[in-house]
Design a protein around this ligand. Structure first.
Ligand code: ADP
Ligand code: NI
Length: 223
């Protein structure tokens, strides 16, 4: 099987597996991350098959929906790629990338931080971009709705630098998530292209928040 066929088979597998997934983690999220990955990869000397497969498989089994078990996704990817006959080194690299990519892993799993590669950096940037800008805002409110959270509550302040447990169990309004995660992403970008794309999306979120508070408080009442 050539690389194009491998990628096509993987797309078909991911589309099938993610049928019925919630809106923030469905096939279209994967497609956007895949496209961002290819865009960034144009400017970086990376193995295109490795970044493509990693982007496509990075959310194949989100731990949030598997009782917090974050080994399900990497295992599923390993079995799928082995059955396709993908080379052993490529498979190992893709599995490492999937294990390391999520915001929570890179934040709270020091054992995971030990692995790094340019390929991981490219896919991580692509995934982070999808949590920013207009799409990032849509995903945040979609997730908040799914969890039945308030949009905003002026009396609940955002909490920075939370532990994994606190972040996971937080029932905070969705606007707080901007300060706890979304506005921090810009400074976590790895590649030059990722940084440039993140800049515009970051500014869009700042503009959005400004407009949000204006609409929330049309009389401009202080306090
Ligand atoms: P990642 O894909 O980096 O692992 P998550 O799975 O935690 O990130 O989040 C997926 C999407 O849901 C992102 O767009 C993220 O901003 C959003 N999200 C996650 N946690 C929250 C939250 N507490 N409030 C609002 N949106 C959230
Ligand atoms: Ni993702």
């Amino acid at each position: 099987m050539n690389n194009t066929e491998i990628v096509e088979q993987t797309i078909a597998f991911v589309k099938e597996t993610l049928q019925g997934a919630e809106g923030g983690h469905d096939w279209f999220h994967i497609q956007r991350v895949f496209n961002n990955t290819l865009l960034i990869a144009k400017e970086e000397k990376v193995d295109v098959l490795t970044v493509s497969l990693s982007a496509l498989l990075h959310d194949i089994a989100d731990a949030k929906f598997h009782d917090g078990d974050d080994t399900v996704g990497p295992k599923l990817a390993l079995v799928f790629l082995s059955n396709l006959g993908v080379g052993k080194n490529t498979i190992q690299h893709v599995v490492k990338i999937i294990e390391n990519i999520s915001f929570k892993n890179s934040l709270e799993r020091p054992d995971c931080i030990q692995f790094s590669s340019l390929e991981l950096q490219v896919v991580q940037d692509a995934d982070r971009l999808d949590a920013m800008g207009a799409i990032g805002i849509a995903r945040a409110f979609n997730y908040g709705g799914f969890k039945n959270r308030q949009l905003y509550n002026p009396s609940i302040a955002p909490k920075l630098n939370q532990t994994k447990e606190a972040y996971k169990n937080s029932n905070a309004p969705t606007i707080n998530h901007f300060y706890e995660k979304l506005l921090l992403l810009k400074d976590k970008m790895n590649t030059a292209t990722g940084k440039k794309l993140a800049e515009a999306r970051h500014q869009f979120m700042l503009d959005y928040l400004e407009q949000f508070y204006k609409e929330w408080n049309p009389l401009g009442i202080k306090g």
